[in-house]
Structure formats: structure tokens, C-alpha cells
Design a binder for this molecule. Sequence first.
Ligand code: ATP
Ligand code: MG
Length: 355
Amino acid sequence: MTGPAGRPRSSAGRRERGIGRVRPVRPAPEPAPEPAPEPVAPDREALARTIAMVNDKGGVGKTSLVANLAGQFAAAGYRCLLVDLNRQANLADDLGFRDGPADDQGAGLLMSVVAGTPLRPAADVRPGLDIVPGGARLADLVPVMVSRVQERGRDAFGVLAEVLAPVAGDYDLVFVDCPPETTILTDLALTAARWVLMPTKSDGGGLVGMRLVGERFALARELNPDLGLLGAVLFATGSRSRVVHAEVRDAVAQAFGGHSPLFTTSIRHAERTAQDARRLGRLAHELEQEAAAQPAWWAALRETAAGAPPPRRLSTTAASVAGDYRDLGVELLTLLRTAEDPTSTADARGQEATP
Ligand SMILES: Nc1ncnc2c1ncn2[C@@H]1O[C@H](COP(=O)(O)OP(=O)(O)OP(=O)(O)O)[C@@H](O)[C@H]1O
Ligand SMILES: [Mg+2]
């Protein structure tokens, strides 16, 4: 049997799911102290569709991209998992589950890494979209990892791959949202993932962050030789200029060696849509539908009492932003399929990305 992505489904672990329902995650007990569980070699086949969203620079679109890509894929029938490695847990805002039953603030992930308990994603934050939430509890993960690396060396970074592999095979796509400037958590993601996707803005900061990722990428490949660079995505750009795109492509080339994949699709700058999204916990394609369903502005105004402020309306730009994410999703899936096709002669991205 194949999944909607045309990928053979793992026979193990497929489960019946309720649609549109959030199952509470069991509250995790306090993390046990050392000793750490013995490392086991992760099932790399199960992790073959795991994509880490990485850039050391903050605010370049990592969270927006994973939320919207996974949300649109899930709406199209793909089974998706999001893993949030960020203490801020902005995914909880973007998907509107903060402080709800799914929000364990990172406790489940912490327990899995510290004590080896099976990872239990919160099911159906959207139909077909499960999540391993991040949050404040992940602050404890950094000192745990520091002491493990001192004890065992860099092999300790394999722990996320170990706990993720048993569930990853249940999904068509797994996205890992990485924090900015917390290199040790990024190392966990790079050691678990098959692919790196790197959003950037066209300004200097995002490009410097990219260079730092390039260095960590090279180190991660010593533990995870399959790791490949899927590409960079220009985020929140107002420019379709070829010059800007060429500059970004050069920066990727400098960070990752001669290989410089830049996605053709970029995500346009749309501040009001971004504000609506995070304020309401809606994805761009959901705002698109809600904006289309709202009454005409003059009809809404007619209902407003004299002197009252005009009703707040959703920006109709959401439709264009949702279209950008759709195009990006198609481009991403096409690349993955090409890379996975054993008969394809096309170069699988990232295989030569050795800085
Ligand atoms: N299309 C857009 N245009 C302009 N701003 C956007 C757009 N989409 C999202 N934003 C805003 O950009 C900011 C950064 O986005 P996001 O949180 O996705 O970045 P990030 O890389 O995950 O940041 P961090 O590293 O802090 O986790 C947020 O305030 C978000 O609301
Ligand atoms: Mg983020």
C-alpha cells in the first residue's frame, strides 16, 4: 500500500484516528536523572521523510513554514507530524492549541529524550496533523544534552533519531521546527533528519545564520551521512527581483559548498496576514477560506453602530500567501520524489553539499 505521497506506507503502527479532535497527551512525570538509556541504531528508513527546518537566525520563517506546509499537506490527505524543538513554542500559537489539552509544553519530548519513554504525539491538532509540542520544559533538555555529550561525545546527538524513528514511519512527512541560536537542539534535529530546509530573508542576518548552519550540517553528516540539503526558501520577501534571488543563491553556495539549491517559490511579505494568523491560530489557507466567507465591507459597516470602530476584517492577502505555500509544497514534494526515485538520473539534492 502506498501513502498519498506515493511512498510505501510502513505496515507497522498505522492507527485509527478521530478527525478534528484533539486527544489530550498524558501528563509526563518529572524527568528521571541519569543514567541515560543505552543508544540504539535508529531506523533510518522510517526517518526518510523527516525534514529539519533550520536557520540560526531568528524570525526568518522556520515556524511559519513548518506550520503552513504541514497544515496544507494534512488538508490534502497526507499524514503529517510536527516536532517542536523551540522553548517559545510558536507552533502552539500558529496552530491555536496553546494551553489546550495538546499543549504539554515539551514535557513528553523531554521525557522521551531523558528517560527513553516512547514518544506520544498529540493527535489531530488538525485532521491528519499530529504534534510533539515544544515549550518551557525544553529548557531542561540543554543541560541534559551538554552532560551527555561530555560523557559520550557527539554520538549522544543521536537520541532524537532514536525516539522519533518508532513513530516517524506512521507519517508521510515529518517536520522538525528548530530554535534559533540553540545549537545543541539543532544538532539533535540534524542528526535525526534526512533533509534540511532552510528559510532565509534576503537581509544579511539570515544569510549569516545560513553559514552557521552550513558548519553544523557538515558535522552532523559525520553521524548522519544521509543528511541532505533540500534547499533554501526566501521568506517574507517583497521582491521577485532576479538580483535578490541570485544574491541568496550565492550565499547558500558559500555556506554549503558548490551546491546552491534555492526554491523557485518564495513566500511573499504579508504583515497583516501574519498578524491574523498568529493572533487567531489559523494557517494561511484557513484564513483564505474565512476571508472569502466574510461579508462585504460595506455590509459589515452597515451593521456597525454609529460611532463604533469599524469591524476588524481579515486580510484578503491570505489567499496569495496560501498560494505561495501551496506552490512551495508542490515544489518540495516533487524534489522529494525525484530524490527518492531509484530510476531517476537527476541529482538528489544535498548529496554533494559538503562545505
Ligand atoms: N508572509 C509573511 N510576511 C511577513 N511576516 C511574516 C509572514 N509570515 C510570518 N511572518 C511573521 O514573521 C515573524 C517570524 O516568523 P517565524 O516565527 O515563522 O520565524 P522563526 O524563524 O520561526 O523565528 P524564531 O527563530 O524566533 O523561532 C513572525 O512574527 C511572523 O508572524
Ligand atoms: Mg520559530
